[in-house]
Design a protein around this ligand. Structure first.
Ligand code: ATP
Ligand code: MG
Length: 250
């Protein structure tokens, strides 16, 4: 790791650490060409949010955890950036929720799939986690999508009722909603198609969300759904936060 990224006192430590994780994943062949661009867009929105978990994001996180915990067939869908940035933490989350994960990447190649599976299995072993990993042998298709990105596992994503898809593409989010699933997304951009399509949108940074989720599940109380949850209001509050944060008085 570079000297700066290794120094927790550096004001950009978190951001540098995330970039470093992506660089390492890139070297291992885990990422698509557009991965760093997607991350950059996320960083820009995080800047506008003040790089913090805002109250409305915490409410959405609470709702998402409660929905996952009470689902019949919950699943977490993983892409390259999610594995690179939070592979270990996401597997801990899946272990706590007793739910499987599925690697479902936009630009699928056998080499990338192998690199991601290898990385996740290594973490699983090191951490002693009991999590089923789907994705190696897709045997079903998400209706309404063309090409390899429609591929999924029948026992995994296809049959899930509640699906957590951090950093999803708008198209696929829409297709999953059309299948009747409850779709929970993490997306720093409250204006993206993903954010607008989802059942629950957590407008917050991936690694912060996953650690908030793990913390909620580790606390003694069982997660409760938010009364009268309204996703449109959550999105509105994220936009309002950005507008306030940017106003000259602040
Ligand atoms: P959509 O397809 O939903 O309209 P998009 O095509 O504009 O979105 P993509 O390039 O597909 O966006 O994906 C990047 C998305 O992921 C961006 O909205 C970005 O804000 C978000 N993002 C990137 N990194 C993170 C992160 N670490 N945490 C949360 N969100 C992130
Ligand atoms: Mg997109």
């Amino acid at each position: 790791m570079s000297e700066i990224a290794a120094d927790p006192s550096h004001p950009r430590y978190q951001s540098l650490l995330m970039r470093h994780r992506l660089e390492e994943a890139e070297k291992k062949g885990m990422l698509a060409g557009s991965a760093l661009i997607a991350h950059g867009r996320g960083e820009a929105f995080d800047y506008l949010l003040g790089e913090q978990t805002i109250p409305s994001a915490m409410i959405a996180t609470q709702q998402a955890v409660a929905l996952m915990a009470s689902a019949n067939h919950p699943i977490i869908s993983l892409n390259g950036n999610v594995v690179a940035l939070a592979g270990k933490e996401v597997l801990h989350l899946a272990h706590q929720l007793k739910c499987p994960v599925e690697i479902n990447i936009f630009y699928r190649t056998p080499e990338r799939m192998e690199a991601l599976l290898f990385h996740l299995n290594e973490i699983k072993q090191q951490e002693g986690l009991d999590v089923e990993i789907f994705g190696a042998e897709p045997d079903a298709r998400i209706p309404g999508l063309e090409g390899p990105r429609a591929n999924c596992s029948k026992q995994g994503i296809f049959e899930s009722d509640v699906i957590l898809v951090p950093l999803e593409d708008g198209d696929r989010c829409e297709a999953l909603v059309a299948m009747g699933k409850t779709v929970l997304v993490i997306d720093l951009n409250p204006l993206s198609r993903t954010a607008r399509m989802a059942s629950v949108t957590i407008v917050d940074e991936l690694t912060r969300v996953i650690s908030n989720m793990n913390r909620i599940l580790l606390s003694d109380e069982s997660p409760q759904q938010v009364e009268k949850y309204q996703n449109a209001q959550i999105l509105q509050e994220a936009l309002a936060h950005i507008a306030t944060f940017l106003s000259p008085e602040v």
